[in-house]
Design a protein around this ligand. Structure first.
Ligand code: UDP
Length: 482
């Protein structure tokens, strides 16, 4: 820290748990590397309450709320995050986040009154890149924090900048304008482009936020340099900003009940090492009803043991009671009797305990970035089933560039070919990844190598810093925070 001045960094995640968690972990990392730094996380009142409950009681990280009224934005009462929110209302929440602009500016003035000076730096979500205007106005440094991966975001941000409408001719391959060497499939375009009523709002929002990114001073990314060299140079090429890979910043997610932890661990203990498939579509997503039926049969026919975190199918209320008819007749009892499957219905699964258990062999995942990092940190290869957004490109990257993933299906829209799942396909992919095939063995080896890279990136050994710690130090220097 330069002289006696105490620098103050303000962190501002968008209102979604999958973004808030990495921001909390980043705040913790900043604090561990610079205990003298003042750190404040800003959000809406309910999110601030939940952040508070996930910080240790003696934490020095400060929290500040901005006034927010969900009903002013057509959101159900008490809605301040994406949890349980229907996809059609996501855009309301995102647009609502832009309305926080004057409150955020006022908060910075309040902080200046209290501290006798303005904060030194704002670190904001790339969905809240508008904060750069406030930073410029007040003469504060600004950095965008990308909570996802570099490759996935480079493609997503580029698409957000260029595709204001769905490309008019449906061909199998679409070139991403900034990266002509990369072809994506029509089915990998963001889901919002296909929603006619909301398309203008979504594209407008992303276009605005992505354009603001250009004015920022740098980008922090939740990834590891050695793992994402290509993606990091793509981000740099797109925005011409210094890019600092400081990941993995992983926050221990909401804790599961002790009963659920011991239920899963005991179940895994009762299976042989490296034999169990873990199936989960993240904190808020689900597949559709016919996909669920085919997946259930395919898993049963594969004969492999599995733990499946299961919610009502896409299109039904996420909190609704789970109906037995969504699964084959007698399925849950049969899986229990055969000791083949443990179904976690409406349970917050202890994902880290499951992935860290020696019996877990592979993860059938929607490829959300936290899940990807958690899986690879434990050397667990992935069966990809991306459902939207940058998950599509995460899966592509993991399969084509890294070789730790095989994609089983894509999306949950009934009308998409890529979303058609048949039981034979499930069986085939599970067998390929878990059945001792050459491909499966190679994927496991790669995943173990990546876990080693990830671990080393965060270590400091005899003064030698891992790449992510080194990168964070470079960020401190560049922003004059050292
Ligand atoms: N998670 C969990 N238990 C669950 C579902 C999700 O612990 O039953 C955690 C998971 O470990 C990860 C996060 O929730 O940290 C999901 O984040 P991700 O980026 O993978 O996907 P998202 O939910 O944001 O789509």
């Amino acid at each position: 820290m330069g002289g006696h001045e105490q620098h103050h960094v303000v962190l501002f995640p968008v209102m979604a748990q999958g973004h808030i968690n990495p921001f909390i972990a980043l705040a913790d990392l900043l604090h561990r590397r610079r205990p003298d730094l003042k750190i404040t996380i800003v959000n809406t009142p309910l999110n601030i309450q939940s952040i508070k409950s996930s910080l240790p009681p003696n934490s020095t990280i400060r929290l500040r709320s901005l006034p927010f009224s969900p009903s002013d934005h057509g959101l159900p009462p008490g809605t301040e995050s994406t949890a349980g929110l229907p996809f059609s209302l996501f855009i309301n929440l995102l647009e609502a986040s832009e309305s926080l602009h004057p409150h955020f500016e006022q908060l910075l003035h309040d902080i200046a009154m209290e501290d006798g000076r303005l904060p030194s730096c704002i670190i904001a979500d790339n969905f809240l890149a508008w904060t750069v205007e406030t930073a410029r106005k007040l003469g504060i440094s600004h950095s965008v924090f990308i909570t996802g991966g570099a490759f996935g975001h480079a493609l997503l941000l580029s698409i957000g900048l260029h595709f204001l409408r769905l490309p008019t001719t449906q061909t199998n391959h679409v070139s991403v304008p900034d990266f002509p060497e990369i072809q994506i499939d029509w089915s990998q375009l963001p889901r919002h482009l296909f929603v006619p009523d909301n398309a203008d709002k979504w594209t407008g929002f992303f276009h605005r936020q992505n354009s603001y990114c250009f004015q920022s001073n740098s980008m922090l990314v939740n990834t590891v340099k050695e793992f994402e060299t290509t993606g990091l140079s793509m981000l740099h090429k797109l925005f011409r900003l210094p890019v600092f890979p400081v990941g993995p910043v992983l926050c221990k997610p909401l804790s599961s009940s002790l009963d659920d932890v011991s239920r899963c661990v005991e179940w895994l203990d009762s299976h042989r090492p490296g034999t169990v498939l873990y199936v989960s579509f993240g904190s808020q997503n689900s597949i559709n009803a016919s996909q669920m039926m085919e997946l259930a049969v395919g898993l049963e026919e594969s004969g492999k043991p599995f733990i499946w975190v299961i919610r009502p199918p896409f299109g039904f209320d996420v909190g609704a009671e789970f109906k037995p008819e969504w699964l084959p007749e007698g399925y849950e009892e049969r899986m229990r009797e055969k000791k083949q499957g443990l179904l976690l219905v409406h349970v917050w699964a202890p994902q880290l305990d499951i992935l860290g258990h020696g019996s877990t062999s592979a993860f059938l995942s929607h490829c959300g970035w936290n899940s990807v990092l958690e899986s690879l940190s434990h050397g667990v290869p992935i069966i990809g089933w991306p459902l939207g957004g940058e998950q599509m490109y995460n899966s592509k990257f993991l399969e084509e560039e890294v070789g730790v993933c095989v994609e089983l299906a894509r999306g949950n829209r009934e009308d998409m070919m890529s979303a058609k799942v048949e039981r034979e396909g499930v069986k085939k992919v599970v067998e390929m990844v878990m059945g001792g095939t050459e491909k499966g063995v190679e994927m496991k080896k790669k995943a173990m190598e990546i876990s080693e890279l990830i671990r080393a990136s965060m270590e400091v050994n005899n003064g030698v810093m891992g790449s992510s710690i080194q990168s964070l130090e470079e960020f401190f220097t560049a922003f004059n925070l050292s």
